[in-house]
Design a protein around this ligand. Structure first.
Ligand code: GLU
Length: 488
């Protein structure tokens, strides 16, 4: 018999942004399906109308398209088991809930808010998790009919046993057993007629033929209740892949609400989407071997969900930076230049500056694109700087010897006929030799005078070449004046 086609779904609730954890779920979901040559489905879970955010669905479409997680079925492209938006499927859930009522696996509940509030206060006082007390389960069929015909608002609840245990399997967490006494009679259909997430996800995953359910481990504690629903219907339970959380540090989860970056934020900060996707895949899963740089296609080949780590992953911004830098370095010079151009726009306004040369300098040094303006601003204009930066312990430079070096460099550079990196280099090396000092004694003050900065992409020769002879001479003179003033 042919193996069943693998079908996975990414089922976001449209809450307004793409959280890093959500994107990782989407990625793993995609990789599992594609690794097996299966289908990746997008389903929008909007049954919680209060949480609905205008425009949020667009962000989901855009992010999936942008990152290359192309879905095979979904609200925008249709498919054989649509509609793919839960609010459009609203009519079908009630019938399934009624089937459970007939089987005794669910019941109508007419409890008022006041009564439920009292139950909640009671459980709080007893420091117990809230559990509905099955009050309405004891209503007779006639009593239920009577209340329904009176139009009393109701919900439908799952009827869970109070003794025994329920066991389920998760690929990452293994076999988990819970005492049924812990299972709350959760609501399946709300008083507004909408299903809860808890009910809709089971019905939809079944109707959509989902074979692997990938989601955050915050759903792990509800999984036994979902299992009971599958069993009550006589449906196959999908393979569960509950992913451990992504943490900011050992104490707290990464969360947009606490100000941590979303996917959009990272993109806006100048991280490349391919680097983000690569990095996020490795949050909780490690490839074999040393290499950590993989594009999506390669990830599809090597990803194995069975080896996702059980322990929470820590989001490491330093590693993401490094990885982003790796992606930048692997670009061709032309690709990098095209990508860098918009970042020069507001900072480099002097038409004489050769942007291609600046890109050549930056290419191996930039780790995050939006740091470019502050790395290149000095090319355009010498910043006002503190003479402290002439002093460098390792280079053995100070205000005095910097002044000597600059004063000697100035006439040599003024006299230079050919102005390019090599000529500037040779003339300054010769000077260091003649002065019988280490190169740094000449080069550190020169680079400092030319840039007005402690750190620059490239050294003195490249900077002098890019800003040109006249500007270089001008800046060296400014440096000499500053040093003289300090020593006076
Ligand atoms: N709509 C749920 C969420 O956004 C998805 C959970 C699931 O994948 O089952 O958290």
């Amino acid at each position: 018999m042919a193996a069943k086609e693998v079908r996975t779904r990414f089922a976001p609730s449209p809450t307004g942004y793409m959280h890093i954890g959500n994107l990782r779920t989407a990625l793993y979901t995609y990789l599992i399906a594609k690794h097996e040559g299966g289908k990746f489905i997008l389903r929008i879970e909007d049954t919680d109308q209060e949480r609905f955010v205008e425009g949020a669905v667009d962000i989901i479409y855009k992010t999936l398209a942008f990152t290359g997680l192309v879905h095979d079925e979904g609200p925008d492209i249709g498919g054989p088991v649509g509609p793919y938006v839960q609010s459009e499927r609203r009519g079908l859930y009630l019938d399934y809930a009624k089937k459970l009522v007939e089987k005794g696996e669910a019941y109508y509940c007419f409890c008022s808010k006041e009564r439920l509030d009292i139950l909640k206060v009671n459980s709080e006082a007893l420091k117990r998790p809230f559990k509905y007390d099955k009050h309405c389960m004891h209503l007779s069929k006639e009593e239920v009919q009577e209340k329904l015909s009176q139009g009393i608002p109701y919900v439908i609840r799952q009827n869970n046993p109070t003794t025994g245990t329920t066991t389920f399997d998760d690929v990452i967490y293994g076999k988990i057993s819970v005492d049924n006494s812990e299972l709350d009679d959760m609501i399946l259909i709300k008083s507004d007629g909408y299903p809860t997430y808890n009910f809709a996800n089971v019905v939809d995953d079944h109707l959509m033929g989902i074979t692997h359910v990938v989601r955050g481990n915050e759903y792990l504690s509800s999984a036994p209740k979902y299992n009971r629903l599958y069993e009550a219907f006589g449906w196959d339970v999908p393979v569960y892949v509950h992913c451990p959380p992504i943490m900011k540090d050992i104490h707290s989860k990464l969360s947009k609400r606490n100000g941590d970056a979303s996917f959009e934020d990272l993109v806006n900060k100048g991280y490349l989407k391919d680097a983000i996707v690569n990095y996020i895949t490795l949050l909780g899963w490690n490839p074999e071997g040393e290499n950590e740089i993989f594009n999506l296609e390669e990830l599809v080949k090597i990803f194995d969900y069975k080896t996702i780590n059980k322990s929470p992953a820590i989001f490491d911004p330093v590693k993401l930076r490094w990885m982003n830098g790796e992606y930048i370095r692997r670009m061709s010079p032309e690709e990098f230049h095209t990508l860098a151009l918009p970042y020069y726009k507001d900072t480099i306004t002097k038409a004489t500056l050769d942007l291609i040369k600046i890109s050549e300098l930056l290419h191996t040094r930039v780790e995050v694109m939006n740091e470019i303006p502050e790395m290149v601003d000095f090319f355009n204009e010498l910043p006002d700087y503190d003479i402290e930066i002439y002093t460098h312990k390792k280079m053995k430079t100070n205000t005095e010897n910097s002044l000597v070096s600059l004063t000697k460099s100035l006439p040599i550079l003024e006299a230079l006929g050919q102005w390019d990196v090599n000529s500037i280099h040779d003339s300054m090396m010769q000077l260091a030799k003649d002065m019988e000092v280490k190169n740094g004694i000449v080069l550190w003050p020169l680079r400092t005078a030319l840039s007005g900065k402690k750190f620059t992409p490239g050294g003195a020769f490249e900077i002098a070449d890019i800003i040109g002879k006249a500007e270089s001479i001008e800046r060296i003179k400014v440096g000499i004046e500053k040093l003289k003033a300090a020593l006076a």
